[in-house]
Design a protein around this ligand. Sequence first.
Ligand code: HEM
Ligand code: HEM
Ligand code: SF4
Ligand code: SF4
Length: 439
Amino acid sequence: MAKHKTPLLDQLESGPWPSFVSDIKQECENRAKNEKGVEFQIPADCPEDLLGVLELSYVDGETHWKHGGIVGVFGYGGGVIGRYCDQPEMFPGVAHFHTIRVNQPSGKYYTTEFLRQLCDLWEFRGSGLTNMHGATGDIVFIGTTTPQLEEIFYELTHNLNTDLGGSGSNLRTPATCLGMSRCEYACYDTQALCFNLTNEYQDELHRPAFPYKFKFKFDGCPNGCVASIARSDFSVIGTWRDEIRIDQEAVAGYVGGELAPNAGAHAGRDWGKFDIQKEVIDLCPSECMSYEDGKLSIDNKECVRCMHCINTMPRALRIGNDRGASIFVGAKAPILDGAQMGSLLVPFVKVDAGNDYQEIKDIVEGIWDLWMEEGKNRERLGETMKRMGFQKIIESAGVPVDVRQVQEPRTNPYIFWKAEDVEGGWDRDIAEYRKRHQQ
Ligand code: HEM
Ligand code: HEM
Ligand code: SF4
Ligand code: SF4
């Protein structure tokens, strides 16, 4: 028998999509039965009260969480999002309902053994409810009380060898596409780079030292499966700089209909017979491809590595062999001064595990040096870029100025010059001028 009546939420149990309401109800039942005899460290009916308060919010059309909440574990400045219900008498099970961010493995590959251990811990010391995963990437434990935080942290670190993720004005939990683990387009080992930088910058992740939040994300190619260009201040996107490898026999396979275009992604509808001219050649944004006498050719120096042709004929076209990545900076959501996507800072950098990715780390640290000194309170890197100018970011990152850093040159003539670049500098004598020009 449910603790609270939830007529509105009950409607979300119908329909084909997995219902979060049915799932939470199932966990309510599990905890009520408690077949394993768990000594629950927070109220056993916590998920019941969560449904109760959610139903109330559905009725009111308003949230019932109080503003903010500052909790955590000793040694760290972030990792836990504190939260308290604004109707604690009605819903005591969620009077405290803190969220713990747990650092996920790059690419989110798990063994059941590890997940079971996580679940055992969370069933015992938390609500039994999770988010797999948070938008930044973390495993999210949803709902526990303050006294459990250190207990959970102790068990995570001592038994599961796992750390918290980030929150606050710091480096947040980095995330990556699954990269070379199972994608033929991966131009570098995204998971290895993500793991390496996460470990390198643990201090920056756990103890806020920045003007505001800062995120890393790693895509293996321009398809952007982790959306680094939109969701990270520092976005690393794989690419190559030599030639697309063409297998002419496989091209013939596509033209002849033996191979499905886009690996069958559009098989759910009849789009007619594959037409290489219409579906590839004519759609190439650089118009740098041609198909003549049964032979596909690409003018690679004009190719912008958009991925379209490779995505369409994955068995015939492959990324080049001279691989690396581009670095984009400044992506952010609208608040305060408008949304930004990453702007190209470094067109090509080798991703070199051999030197511990030092080239990439130098760029990161160059940018942090500037932003940590000059960034205003709660100003994202993208905003600092707009306020101080992209030129300053280029200088602090220690990378060359490159024509590819702009989509188009400026149209206004408000151009700043450095005094040392102007003959004679800025100190001028008006009397000298007046000798030649009467007032
Ligand atoms: C034949 C007459 C004029 C000529 C040839 C002339 C030419 C110019 C030029 C070349 C500039 C510099 C533009 C730049 O920095 O890119 C300028 C700026 C300016 N002129 Fe004139 N001007 C004339 C008349 C006037 C008059 C009558 C006024 C005011 C009543 C005026 C007010 C200004 C002001 C305020 C600026 C500065 C604008 C700014 O910095 O954006 N000008 N003018
Ligand atoms: C109470 C009177 C005035 C106030 C409060 C005022 C205020 C301002 C402000 C805030 C700016 C922008 C400055 C900037 O971009 O850094 C400006 C620019 C300008 N004002 Fe005024 N102004 C006043 C009167 C006038 C008058 C009477 C004239 C001309 C007869 C004038 C001509 C201009 C011009 C040409 C600019 C552009 C200068 C530039 O772009 O560098 N202003 N004014
Ligand atoms: S971003 Fe590219 S490399 Fe990474 S999974 Fe997606 S398609 Fe593959
Ligand atoms: S990757 Fe894009 S730009 Fe390059 S040849 Fe293929 S379709 Fe054209």
